[in-house]
Ligand binder design. Structure first.
Ligand code: SF4
Ligand code: SF4
Length: 117
């Protein structure tokens, strides 16, 4: 049996497969600089050396809400769903409540460090 992929896990209880957040490369605009590939910390991309283009090979590993690769792309060749999609997901799945519960129940994880004088 293969090992579970640690980079693919539910986001605030929502199965990752149900969240449509991953990049799309517009091949016609891509100049093959590779910045999206080398900037992503979750190995969402690989590089096609033959066609000199970035390729999305692990879309479910994309961090929900992240758009770093689109930000750094010099040709605006990386596209994502609108931010409104994420906001709607937060409303539909009652994620604010979950976030508040996490803060409340795990202060050891989230509390600011008290500065000792
Ligand atoms: S950063 Fe943009 S132009 Fe560069 S490889 Fe990625 S998609 Fe192509
Ligand atoms: S949005 Fe972030 S996690 Fe997703 S592919 Fe781009 S850089 Fe990687």
């Amino acid at each position: 049996m293969s090992e579970p992929n640690a980079l693919i896990k539910p986001w605030h209880g929502v199965p990752r497969e149900e969240i449509h957040w991953d990049p799309t490369v517009v091949d016609e605009r891509c100049i093959g600089c590779g910045l999206c590939v080398t900037s992503c910390g979750r190995n969402v991309y690989q590089f096609d050396y033959e066609d000199n283009v970035a390729v999305v090979t692990n879309p479910l590993q994309c961090m929900v809400g992240c758009s770093t690769c689109a930000t750094v792309c010099p040709r605006e060749a990386v596209e994502f769903p609108s931010l409104g999609y994420i906001q709607q997901l937060i409303r539909d799945r009652k994620i604010l409540r979950q976030s508040k519960d996490l803060l409340k129940n795990h202060p050891e994880q989230y509390e600011t460090q008290k500065i000792k004088s």
